[in-house]
Design a protein around this ligand. Structure first.
Ligand code: NAP
Length: 294
């Protein structure tokens, strides 16, 4: 039986429709959500990400403020810029595009963001609220993965979810979101990583297998349980002489072999990818709504 394809584009369209309504409610109250994106230096990949966020803001009617600073910016200058944005009422959300140049301590910069404007949800205050189930803002990629499953009707409660990868931006927060006492979560979560013993035995037990390791086509059909749900977070550019630019984007899962064994799967590209920016926009609207309630 062919697996269902879970497509981030379809799920994100539903979320964008809801966001458009909420943005118009805010506008009727004289509030326009605003996202400030701070970019230090001229890394081409970061410039592309910043451009995509700007375009999406404009499509939705969110004000987009781009703060492009030279690579020579000092940590103190960057933190001063963030403080200025913290006290700017037009700015609902602040995002510092990572990675930062090596002379700047990312952790110190993230901690300088007002937690109520921390739309990436990297601030320890917001991560702590997430852990105790009191989050207003959630990290974008994990929240996007959760929403993908909820909106696609995948039952999470009571299921054994195995997450491969324990990064601070995907694996760890996702484990917390899925284990919350909530009818849309309530999973039993196992997190595995490069030091896990019995790695394959554990992932073979997964009802829902979520892979975020950055290793092209690492998970093969023999490693997954029949009928499992597979969420592939990996984005790996591999050589492909038949492609126009000689490169191809693939996930951490060997899609072609795995798809015939499982009940549902996210492709790469087109799976998780579109959800991250969608949840960033969602966080920006939440941050603006939080200001109305203050
Ligand atoms: P990361 O910070 O490099 O973390 C990778 C994790 O995978 C680590 O926990 C590492 O284990 C584990 N790992 C690596 N090789 C392994 C192996 N052979 N066996 C078991 N575990 C292994 O990566 P990340 O930032 O979470 O990103 C992971 C992937 O997701 C990347 O391809 C990234 O591009 C993609 N991603 C996509 C989106 C999106 O929007 N679609 C967003 C974020 C990330 P240790 O901790 O033991 O080293």
């Amino acid at each position: 039986m062919a697996a269902d394809l879970i497509l981030g584009k379809d799920v994100s369209e539903k979320i964008y429709a809801n966001l458009r309504e909420r943005i118009s409610v805010l506008k009727s109250k004289g509030i326009i959500p605003g996202l400030a994106v701070v970019l230090v230096g001229d890394d081409p990949a970061s410039q592309i990400y910043v451009g995509m966020k700007d375009k999406k803001c404009k499509e939705l009617g969110i004000n987009s403020y781009q703060c492009i600073l030279p690579a020579t910016t000092t940590q103190d200058e960057l933190i001063a810029k963030i403080r200025e944005l913290n006290s700017d009422d037009k700015v609902s959300g602040i995002l510092v595009q990572l990675p930062l140049p090596r002379h700047i301590d990312e952790s110190a910069v993230i901690k300088a963001i007002d937690p109520s404007k921390d739309v990436d949800c990297f601030h320890p205050f917001n991560l702590g609220k997430m852990v105790i189930g009191e989050a207003e803002l959630l990290p974008a990629t994990p929240a996007g993965i959760h929403q993908m499953m909820v909106q696609s009707g995948i039952k999470i409660a009571g299921k054994h979810v195995v997450i491969v990868g324990r990064s601070n931006i995907v694996g760890k927060p996702l484990a917390n979101i899925l284990m919350q006492k909530d009818e849309n979560a309530d999973a039993t979560v196992t997190v595995v990583h490069s030091r896990t013993a019995n790695f394959t035995d554990l992932i073979k037990q997964a009802d829902i297998l979520i892979v975020a390791i950055g290793r092209p086509r690492f998970i093969t059909a023999d490693m997954v349980k029949e009928g499992a749900v597979i969420i592939d977070v990996g984005t790996n550019r591999i050589d492909d002489p038949s492609a126009k630019n000689g490169k191809r984007l693939v996930g951490d899962v060997d899609f072609d072999s795995v798809k015939d064994k499982v009940s549902a799967i996210t492709p790469v590209p087109g799976g998780v990818g579109p959800m991250t920016i969608c949840m960033l926009m969602n966080n920006t609207v939440i941050a603006a709504e939080m200001r109305v309630k203050e």
